[in-house]
Structures are given as structure tokens and as C-alpha cells.
Design a protein around this ligand. Sequence first.
Ligand code: DP6
Length: 358
Amino acid sequence: QMGTPSRVPPICVGQPVTSSRPGLAHSATAVAHPNIALIKYWGKSDERLFLPRTDSLSMTLDIFPTTTRVRLAPEAGQDTVTFNGRPATGEAERRIIAFLELVRERAGRAERADVDTENTVPTGAGLASSASGFAALAVAAAAAYGLELDAAGLSRLARRGSGSASRSIFGDFAVWHAGRTDGTPEEADLSSYAEPVRTAPLDPALVIAVVNAGPKEVSSRTAMRRTMDTSPLFEPWALSSKGDLADMRAALGRGDLPAVGEIAERNALGMHATMLAARPAVRYLSPATLTVLDSVLALRRDGVPAYATMDAGPNVKVLCRRADADRVAETVRAAAPGGAVHIAGPGPGARLLAEDGR
Ligand code: DP6
């Protein structure tokens, strides 16, 4: 059943592979799913190392996987990156190559690689693919370059591609530790990874309401930095987020879905408040977002436990019981006509699909 502890093994990668020759796999394929934070990651204490200012907690989804193959190309002079059948360009390509550099440095290897990624998030779904993308890339690249990492090690590695990717290494619910803040950057780096959170049965669903995206927003990276640098509400939110996380763990531990939803909603609204108070303000919430939020309130007035969370965009993800998901989907669809609605349940952690060439 959804939400029961240990339905999904924490991780299926990093286990010893039966092989006559350990080390390089040469070619490895991995799959990972997106996650939605119920306690948000917003703000970095170290941008280079992707160390977050606060702990965060998420649910990994069972829809929209990313599948990535990394194949070593010893003859090639440079990396090639293909995204949904086309060459990746610009910032997306640059981030992936920087990530490969990190893996090569750790593995002590120099071969370039071909990276081939298939991402199933429908265009315009407003779900970032960086979490599933870098989780799949971390698992595949580690295997291809022969880095033997346990799940926490893979989570630390995925973190260096995109912070939220650290959580997609795990299925169901995962908490990402901000790490030690009282020592060296290296100590912080070693202690900042995600791990599974035990929950009592919850049977949750996340209904994703895609609302009209409107003009292109500020990237979450830029917005985070501006919020931390200029928002007088940032520190109070970071402080209250600590309490939210403690309350969230307790609510998950007793399988209390209304409490989980309430805490997630207040944490997300608080995060957006920090952005609204930034200078200049960062506002991701659109009129259509607020219309969907009103419909969620109406559901609650009708006795349906439904709670909203929003990330760096106008879309609304509504946490509810699996049994109420169709009704919730219908309600938000009526509130945001024209936008797609998707229903997700808790999904699996990142895993290796295949290793060739051993
Ligand atoms: C609002 O993980 O995309 O979705 O670490 O800079 O790549 P980078 O940012 P990213 O930020 C996600 C922010 C969020 C909240 C969350 O997922 O916790």
C-alpha cells in the first residue's frame, strides 16, 4: 500500500555487482522520478557545494520518470549531451558537463562521455526536471565511471547537480539534511544528504494542477539568492521551517494526513512570503494560482482534506487522500480550466536499469 514503510527499498543501486572485473561499467542506465517538497528547500548556505540553508522533506512521485544513459567515450575529445533526442545546449548542457567533471574528478578518470536523457515530463507541465534528471544522472554516471557509492553517497553526489535531486535518490518520503554548519565546508558537504523518512500508512496523492504559466519567471537559483540576500522575512521563515519539519515528522509518523497537509501548506506559503518580501519581489503565484487555492479551501469546507503547495512557478500541487484524488482533480480542473491535471502517488527511488561492458 502507498505510504507504508519499506514498500520501496531505500535504494537498488550501489550494491555489489556480480562481475569478474569490478570498477568501470563503461555504460550504465538509470531511472529516477521527480519529487515535491512538503518542507521546502529555499536558499543555499554554499552555492558551489549546493548546501541548503535549511533541511527539507519531500515525496517522490510515481509519474514522469527520467531515464539517463551514460556511456564512456574514450576516443572522444568532449562530452556529448542529448536531451529527448536533441543535442542539449546552453545552461542545461553546461550543468551536465560540470557534473560529469565532478564525477571524473572523484573517480580519477579522464574519459569523456555520451549522455542520453529521456525525460517524460510533458512540456509545460511546470514540473522541474532537474530533480529526477540529476538523480538519474548521478546513479548512471557513478556506475559508468566505477564510483562505488552507497545511497547517501549518491544523494550527496546528486545534490551537486541540483539540490532537490538529493531527495529523488529515495522513494516515498525523504528528508534532506542541511548538514553541519559549525565546521569546515568539507564537513558540511559530507553531512548534507537525504535519507528515507519512516511513515505510518497515509495513502496520499498529489494532484498537480497546471495553470497558465504566463511570462517567463526568474530561475529558482537566482530567486533563492535574491531572497536570502534581501528578504527581511527569510531568516524568520528558516527558523519556523525547523519547527515545521519536526511537526511534519511527527505527523508522518502517526499517519495524520490532515496534519501533514496543513504543515506543508503553511511552510510553502511562508516560503512564498519570503520571496514577496525580497527586493525586488519574486512572485511566482499568478491569479490562476489563487483561484485554485480558493478551490482547495472550498474542498476543505466541504470536509475533504486537501492542502496546497507551490514551488518556483504558478502550478499548484494538492495533497489529499488517494481515495479523494479524483474529486480533488475535478475541482481544481474546474477552477483552472484549460490547464492539465495529473494525479501522482508515492514513487520509487532512483535505480540502475542496466550496466553493460563489464
Ligand atoms: C522551490 O533544486 O531546483 O522546488 O539547487 O539551485 O538546482 P538548485 O534548485 P532546485 O530548487 C528547488 C526549490 C523548490 C523547493 C524544493 O524542491 O524543495
